[in-house]
Ligand binder design. Structure first.
Ligand code: BGC
Length: 496
């Protein structure tokens, strides 16, 4: 055998292994049907009171009542503060709602310091005093004289983690996701922690009046901004039905009939009914869908990432197959595995010799995948540069071709799975059947849905392949609700 033949045989082995992996990442139409049906079941289970005889740990989806019972119509007016702790950044903003579906915004954004994401040694006080100091800086920059004059400000706090909401402005952290690991925050009231640190800085006149999940904020802001909810003026009969995030993490909320949220005690539901409330926005926390792995497609990489590298093993398993925080990590795990099997990057003899960044969990950003996804340059030169720059990893043209196939398989699985909760909520709420020519709008925010090339179109493709079918897909509009969470929490603060 010549050297050439030997190299060809190696390349063929890599290609056939990648063929196999691409197959493992496939989500078939039958799988979509199965997942949507199970998602609906899990939503219903999560809305019902817990069955005390049921010994299984599966309580269904969290389905958290948000205490938001109304929706804006775009005529709301006022200037309110909003703070937003998300997966990567903290933002303080002041939002001016102009009352005509439009708004303006001043904001200050900072990347969450790495020290606060350390696995140990970080306390709630450290995190929330950081948030308070950033808020103080913002107030100094934009509202110094008002602050000195003692003017009161209402602040809506978007906190994008699972919270057991106890009222519009209180709730306790169920668990951290997206990297934080601060033990003493779990079980504590988030508003008290933040307000306490604001007070310590002498900012008692900034009052946190609403606590919202980012999906709820996105939903409300989509309502506020959308001016075609009234068919009389536009001819369009479309209804916002879901607010969701596909970014560092993933989650969604929707409007549910209060009578169906049977886990809320009857007396409370009666009281809400007396107040004229009929619906409440439910934060599904769909990142936690199928933590028992009864139906989710699972590769050995998914298991390794959850068990060895993630900060919350056993939880948020849907998110770990879908969201931006994990897409790059899946690719990294596949590449390290292919290397250990002698199929790729053979210039490095051992795993320890691989570029350090390729060995580092969560170092490979989904942004790099987005460049590789659409690279059509000769010899995949863009991919070459992108991998060199991000991981210091040199690659051969054959390796790059196979990496691109892997990237596309990972992102397609992510987008196809993303269609599952959307189809499930549309079917469960029956929104498409409510009106003749009725169409639905989904308000989305998050880096993946906004910037990942082709992501929305792949979601739509999966919607058509799944139980909604082509007809349902045609009536479903995926809209970007830009800055959704900030505007949404301002809207919550307005009515608090
Ligand atoms: C959190 C959700 C949040 C989502 C999107 C998830 O990790 O559990 O509360 O809405 O990320 O930011």
């Amino acid at each position: 055998m010549s050297f050439d033949d030997l190299h060809k045989a190696n390349e063929q082995q890599l290609t056939s292994t990648v063929d196999q992996l691409v197959k493992e990442f496939e989500v078939t139409p039958e799988k979509l049907d199965e997942l949507v049906a199970y998602f609906i079941e899990q939503m219903e289970k999560g809305l019902a009171p817990q069955d005390t005889d049921d010994k299984s740990t599966n309580k269904g989806l969290p389905m958290i009542p948000s205490y938001v019972t109304g929706t804006p119509n775009g005529t709301e007016k006022g200037t309110l503060l909003a703070a937003d702790l998300g997966g990567t950044n903290f933002r303080t903003c002041s939002v001016t709602l102009n009352g005509d579906h439009t708004f303006s915004m001043e904001q200050m954004k900072s990347k969450i310091p790495d020290e606060l994401l350390e696995p140990t040694g970080v306390t709630s006080e450290m995190l929330f005093s950081y948030l308070a100091r950033r808020t103080q800086l913002f107030m100094k920059k934009f509202y110094e004289s008002d602050m000195q004059a003692g003017k009161e400000f209402k602040l809506g706090f978007t906190f994008s983690y699972p919270v057991d909401q106890t009222s519009l402005n209180s709730g306790t952290l169920i668990r951290w996701t997206k990297g934080f690991q601060i033990a003493d925050t779990v079980g504590a009231d988030i508003v008290q922690l933040f307000q306490g640190e604001l007070d310590k800085l002498g900012m008692q006149n900034v009052k946190i009046v609403a606590l919202t999940n980012d999906t709820v904020g996105t939903f409300l802001s989509h309502y506020y901004c959308s001016d075609n909810t009234d068919s009389m003026t536009t001819g369009e009969i479309s209804e916002p039905v879901i607010g969701c995030i596909f970014g560092t993490g993933t989650n969604g909320c929707y409007k549910e009939e209060i009578s169906k949220i049977t886990k809320v005690p009857q007396a409370t539901r009666d009281k809400w009914a007396e107040e004229g409330k009929t619906h409440m926005v439910i934060n599904t926390e769909w990142g936690s869908f199928d933590n028992d792995l009864k139906h989710l497609p699972t590769t050995k990489y998914d298991i390794d990432i959850d068990q060895k590298f993630s900060s919350n093993p056993g939880f948020h398993l849907f998110e770990k197959r879908v969201s931006g925080m994990f897409m790059g990590e899946i690719l990294r795990n596949v590449l390290v595995d292919l290397h250990s099997r002698g199929l790729i990057f053979n210039q490095y003899r051992t795993t320890a010799q691989l570029p350090h960044r390729l060995q580092t969990p969560f170092e490979l950003d989904s942004e790099v995948l987005s460049h590789i996804e659409i690279d059509d340059s000769t010899g995949l030169r863009e991919t070459e540069l992108s991998l060199l720059q991000s991981l210091r990893l040199p690659t051969s043209p054959t390796e790059r071709r196979e990496i691109q196939r892997l990237v596309r398989a990972i992102s397609r699985r992510s987008a196809y799975l993303s269609s599952v909760p959307l189809a499930a909520i549309i079917i469960k709420t029956g929104t498409l059947e409510m009106r003749y020519h009725g169409e639905v709008e989904i308000g989305c925010d998050g880096s993946v849905v906004e910037y990942y090339p082709g992501f929305r179109s792949m979601i739509r493709h999966a919607l058509a392949l799944g139980p909604l079918g082509a007809e349902g897909e045609r009536k479903t509009h995926i809209k970007i609700a830009k800055d959704g969470s900030g505007v949404g929490s301002a809207l919550c603060a307005l009515v608090a």
